[in-house]
Design a binder for this molecule. Sequence first.
Ligand SMILES: [Zn+2]
Length: 167
Amino acid sequence: MTWFKGLQKTQCDLVRELLSPYIDDELDTAERQKVDSHLQSCQFCREEFDSIRKTIRLVQSMPVMEPRRSFAITEPKKKTRDGRLMALSAATISVAVLLLVVVIGDIGHYFDALPLPSTPWPQPSEIGKYYWPVREAEFGLLGLLIVLAIATFVYWRKKGGKLPRRK
Ligand SMILES: [Zn+2]
């Protein structure tokens, strides 16, 4: 009979909605008795009930794999090697060292003895015959250093790098 099937379905739906609070012991006595009697008479709902209970038991029996979120935030992050960050840092340091070498060479006039490079643009007259594109190298390296340093810093911060706190 279709009307009976329809009624049965509604009854099952109602009980199934109550299964979770039933397991959590959140039902009042009347609701509880309703679920109890339905589970005794309806095999499908009993199976559903058993599977929910099994799932809950499984979840409860699982070892806690991760610390709780609030705990994880305060916990210092495990240091893992970041290839990109290391490459960025290495490039920044290399450019800084190169810039230092060029600046020292400029101050000590070490480049003056080098042969003049052939340049497509006219050489500044004030530098005279000892002109070497030191200024260009200095400004170029300085610009590159700034860009690399900012990129490294931004990447480091994005990866959770923390600045030391000022007291
Ligand atoms: Zn049922």
